[in-house]
Unconditional design. Sequence first.
Length: 168
Amino acid sequence: MGFNDTYAQLVEFLDQHKAHYRLLDHPPEGRTEIVSPMRGNKISQAAKCIVVMVKIGKKVTKYILYVVPGDAKVDLNAVKELFHGTYISFATPEIAEKLAGSVAGTILPFSFNSEMELIVDPLLLKNDEIYFNAARLDRSMALKTDDYITLAKPRLEHIAKYSDPVPE
């Protein structure tokens, strides 16, 4: 399946489940802090999607898709503890893109790949809508948070890290 197919798969999946979303076209951009003003959303409403590799002992390697608010980072130590991991790192761009089915900067907050577990920080879900690049650099999506939770069925864990105190 090519990268363009991931966008079509997402739209088809959401339409099939009658999800409430809007498509937003903008100049090609994948960095949350730059694309958010183009879309008209607060950075905290953006779903920042990061693929992480966790090793558990010498034989088990897990890939996890972490989704945090756009104004946060993934707390790698919290992730490592969550899985009782012995080593953790960001997945290489090649592995992340292969597992996610789209290029870096456009990774969806959904996992359509059984090799990649989806974990979302609950702070992202306090918004009525979440915003993310829709597997394309030039198109984003605003999706109703309730529909996202129902369809993505994410595992919820506090894995966001803020440089400032956590926003209210």
